[in-house]
Ligand binder design. Structure first.
Ligand code: SAH
Ligand code: TYD
Ligand code: ZN
Length: 405
């Protein structure tokens, strides 16, 4: 029995995706031997309801100097983070000489707006290449993992932070105890700790099972975040559902008693209880639906292959590692995946070893079907690539269930 990473309660496993590679571990052609694998299984804590992975991948394996995920690849996400920065500046940074700290700033997609406003800030990110892209945008970055010791060092050097912010990063960090102690050491008495991550309620409702992979150690809900915050002296004072990445929640935390929680917190916790999103029966149903979606996708890909249709994939996402490796989809069924990220092009996808090619090659020679691995950016991509459909191309999506567009 695995113990909960948060409360030591017992964790009930509800899905096992089997052997999986690093989701962002793209490989050089001809250099595929010795690839790292781990067992990807997910469970729910019977005590605090936190959904978490059963096995932890060492952080240095995932967040390396050449970590290839670049946040600024999506126009919608760039706009989202510009809006987020403006909102934080307007609501939290109006007086004095505030400090904004971001955990997992990546290529500076959020902090560049803070830097342009002339507000003191610091991004913390262990992945060198993306951190250097942030620095090139005028963002101050520290190339390191955020944890208690680093937070104490920053607090001593720069004073308290008015805002500590993280997007799609808190769920990547198994050792939340050290992060919360660090936030406690660094946050101003009336400051906010604000983070947004994929939402368990959306993952369960939409069967977006590929949100489960090595980097996503936790799947948060208002209920589980409120519980973990309370253990470390923080209140969950606000929640906001966000449409990005297929459904996320932004959690705002403050020191216990410092701010009055909004009605929205209680409302979302109540909704989660009513929908039973963290109950074993619900998660078992989710597991059944995942198997069905992957079987349906496998049958479609095999049928298209028999019919001689040309199939390609679009978006070499981290998420798609779960799909291809659990489904057993390799270059025989999906000969190529197109992606806009220079750091991924020319490489092979982890585990499944599908070649990644630049987007220009997609428009040069459309396939009959494009499997949309970046389904969370569907609006943006289907619009940008409308010529593909005008020329008879069809999109394949597998979330919330298999459908052809
Ligand atoms: N905030 C961006 C990036 C998300 S990707 C966005 O929402 O698009 C997650 C980022 O967190 C990566 O750049 C990774 O290097 C970084 N990261 C992972 N663990 C971290 C830690 N312990 N401290 C700080 N950053 C971390
Ligand atoms: P994303 O879904 O944001 O994240 P993850 O890797 O964590 O699952 O990744 C989107 C990928 O799709 C990324 O590699 C960039 C690529 N992409 C395109 O190729 N074209 C586009 O228009 C967009 C928005 C993304
Ligand atoms: Zn627990």
């Amino acid at each position: 029995m695995t113990a909960c990473r948060i409360c030591q309660g017992s964790v009930h496993q509800f899905f096992d995706f089997g052997r999986q590679p690093l989701s962002d571990g793209f490989l050089r052609p001809g250099k595929t031997s010795g690839e790292f694998f781990y067992r990807l299984a997910v469970g729910v804590c019977r005590s605090c309801t936190m959904v978490q992975l059963m096995e932890e991948v060492p952080r240095e394996r995932m967040f390396r100097a050449d970590y290839p995920y670049h946040s600024s690849m999506s126009v919608v996400m760039r706009e989202h983070f510009t809006g987020t920065a403006r909102h934080l500046l307007e609501t939290e940074c109006r007086d004095g000489d505030p400090l904004v700290v971001e955990i997992g700033c990546n290529d500076g997609v959020m902090l560049r707006t803070v830097a342009q406003a002339g507000v003191r800030h610091l991004g913390v990110d262990p992945s060198r290449d993306v951190a250097e892209l942030a620095a090139a945008k005028g963002v101050r970055v520290r190339i390191d993992f955020f944890e208690e010791s680093l937070a104490r060092e920053v607090a001593a050097a720069e004073g308290p932070a008015q805002v500590i912010y993280a997007a799609n990063t808190m769920c990547h960090i198994p050792y939340l105890d050290s992060v919360f102690r660090g936030v406690d050491a660094l946050l101003a008495p009336d400051g906010v700790f604000c983070f947004e991550d994929p939402y368990l309620g959306d993952v369960v409702e939409r069967t977006s099972f590929d949100q489960i992979y090595d980097e996503h150690f936790y799947l948060f809900s208002a209920t589980s975040v409120r519980a973990v915050a309370g253990r470390f002296g923080f209140d969950l004072v606000d929640v906001e559902r966000l449409p990005v990445h297929g459904g996320e929640v932004r959690y705002t935390l403050a020191r216990s008693g410092a701010r009055r929680p909004s009605q929205r917190v209680e409302a979302l916790v109540r909704e989660e209880t009513e929908r039973r999103i963290a109950e074993i029966s619900t998660l078992e149903q989710f597991a059944t639906q995942v198997k069905r979606n992957v079987e349906d996708l496998a049958s479609l890909l095999r049928r298209l292959q028999e019919d001689g249709a040309r199939v390609a994939a679009y978006g070499a996402t981290a998420k798609s590692a779960t799909v291809t490796n659990y489904g057993g989809f390799g270059p025989d069924l999906i000969p190529v995946v197109y992606d806009s990220t220079p750091a991924k092009q020319g490489l092979l996808t982890p585990g499944s070893h599908i070649p990644v090619r630049p987007l220009e090659e997609f428009s040069r020679d459309y396939p009959d079907y494009a499997l949309l691995f970046a389904w969370n950016h569907a609006g943006e991509i289907v619009e940008k690539e409308r010529e593909f459909r005008e020329q008879g191309g069809k999109w394949i999506l597998y979330v919330p269930d298999l459908h052809v567009l």
